[in-house]
Write a protein of this length. Sequence first.
Length: 358
Amino acid sequence: MTKRRSAITAVLASAAIALTGFATTTSASAAAGFVGVILPDAASSPRWEGADRPFLVAAFKAAGVTADIQNANGDKAKFATIADQMLTKGAKVLILVNLDSPTSVAVQAKAKKMGVPTIDYDRLTLKGSESYYVSFDNVAVGRLQGQGIVDCLKAKGVAKPRIVYLNGSPTDNNATLFKQGYDSVLRPLIKAGTYTLVDDKAVPNWDNAQGGVIFEQQLTKAGGKLDAVVSANEGLGLAAVAVLKKNKLNGKVCVSGQDASPAGLAAILTGDLSNTVYKAVKQEANGAAALAVALLHGMKATAATGKTNNGLVDVPSVLLVPVGITKANVKVVIADGFATRADICKIATEAVCKANGI
């Protein structure tokens, strides 16, 4: 845990230094144009509007840079239209959270023709022309999800666990990486016959309502006998929990998550979710903003020390370290200021929080 937090702190510090260096360049920034940011939706996860937007706003404000932040609300055509409008209005850098790779590839191609660099934020555009990629080690996110499930099943003393995969959107490369991570932990156990994988389904567009329907079908397929749900994020995990509650199975079945939202952390404390993954979005937002500010000023971006292959080229990358969360370390998220005790306990109840030392 200490090493992970140190790595996160180091990245945050470097991003903060980069931003501080541009904090007095408001007039120059105005002359140089603005940064356009396109978020994907507001439904799949509360993070986009509740965390990413305010952190990006704060980062650009600190740098004295104008940013236009818009949300495509899950609409690929709207995503493309917003990008066209930003480019027409004079955006000099685009930060994109893609809805799928083909749509983003087309946007990046237009931007490149106009000499506008693009930054993939959180999600990599496969076979694109992005200049940089800022995200977390998403295979590591999946490994944490998978290990959390293994630890939960061991703690419950389940001898021959029956599990299902409730994967993220097939059009999101991150979902592929998450699955790669948790499957790397669980597949050896499945092959050995220690675990039984009852079903393996993806949820289109990270749609939580559809995820609940798909999980209900999985539970039926399992004859109502499941020990774990490997869900790719908290939206899907909580959708599965709602189904488990209807069948009086919540708390008896291990369920993974991701995003460390107040609702997800509350479910960790109540025992409805067994584990989640905290991705310190503030560092991610600061990292992307630092790159964008450097590009806006025509300076070399030095923070992207990693590389990620997008299927065509190795993209210079900033990859942050995720942290696995269980009841034992929910306080980590609160201490970082990502979620407040008040928000978590309002959902979990004050009694549950106190019982867990929160």
